[in-house]
Design a binder for this molecule. Structure first.
Ligand code: GUN
Length: 301
């Protein structure tokens, strides 16, 4: 058996097209232009790449987009003041402070400073609590799990996961825990596994839906996979690829892709699976924030 490949790039493109069309309609009907502000502190090259592509996508969607690049030595007080300015800025519907922040800044403090109604990352306690209690109409859902759910629903052809066992490997606040809540809201029976879980392979093998978000290259093997399962691989790991030449690297997920694809029913590739969905859902969340401001219904995906 060979799994159906879930094309995240294609689905992300569809989400962005929906956002573009809805943004044009929002502007025509109400005059409201969605606004996003991305703040980055320091010069981490990977973060700079992410931030540039977020800005590019936002402009493509027709948003008002601003990027604030602050020096590495920025004080916590200055960053908090920047967040406060953006909270008060009526042109801004979504604020994203790129993580990780330099060590001298308390990340938690910065995240909790962001106005919950502009927290398009969904990291503020208010949004975490709303997601945990099923208040999804007014919550912001973190972008990577939100995008993973869109892919899952596409692959399975349904948004009702009644009767299905989901195993989420990884318990992070950014992916594992919100993914658990989203799966539960969709009626799946959910288990969270992590580094202290006993007999992880056997547990994974019970999963109709297997979500891997641990950051360990190709950890999940084919014999951990239930035949026909849907695999969502959130991992993005860079590993050495001597076969491509000296010093070369390549990206792999948390799942040993080729062998697992022989067993699974559907699987997201790395790259080109969950990755492209994250920025697409950031655009969707920003549009949703602007729709709330304008008092109109936002699209669903
Ligand atoms: N750094 C890596 N991923 C993310 C994300 O989803 N949001 C923020 N704010 N920073 C990140």
């Amino acid at each position: 058996m060979s799994a159906k490949v879930i094309d995240g790039k294609e689905v992300a493109g569809e989400v962005v097209e929906t956002v573009k069309a809805a943004t044009a309609k929002l502007m025509a009907d109400t005059g409201v232009v969605p606004g996003i502000a991305v703040v980055i502190v320091g010069e981490d090259p990977a973060s700079q790449v992410y931030v540039r592509s977020k800005g590019k996508r936002a402009t493509e969607c027709g948003f008002h987009s601003v990027t604030h690049i602050m020096p590495e030595e920025t004080s916590e007080a200055d960053l908090l003041a920047m967040v406060q300015t953006l909270n008060d800025d009526e042109m801004i519907d979504g604020i994203l402070v790129q993580l990780p922040l330099p060590k001298h800044i308390d990340e938690g403090k910065v995240i909790q400073m962001i106005a919950p109604e502009k927290d398009v990352d969904g990291f503020h306690f208010i949004n975490v609590g709303k997601l945990g209690t099923g208040e999804t109409d007014t919550a912001f859902v973190p972008c990577t799990p939100a995008g993973s759910m869109v892919l899952l629903k596409k692959a399975l052809g349904t948004s009702d996961l009644s009767g299905l066992n989901a195993v989420v490997v990884g318990r992070s606040n950014i992916v594992g825990k919100p993914m658990m809540n989203l799966l539960l809201s969709a009626n799946a029976t959910v288990t969270i596994a992590h580094s202290r879980t006993k007999d992880l392979p056997a547990l994974c093998k019970t999963a109709d839906i297997l979500v891997a978000a641990v950051g360990r290259p190709e950890m999940i093997k084919a014999d951990w996979v239930k035949p026909g399962a849907c695999i969502i691989d959130v991992g993005i790991n860079r590993i050495d690829a001597p076969e491509k030449g000296e010093g070369k690297t390549r990206l792999v997920g948390d799942v040993a892709y080729a062998e697992s694809a022989e067993v699974a029913g559907s699987i997201t590739p790395v790259p080109g699976g969950v990755g492209p969905m994250t920025i697409a859902m950031l655009m969707a969340n920003t549009l949703e924030s602007a729709c709330r401001r304008a008092g109109v219904e936002a699209p669903t995906y």
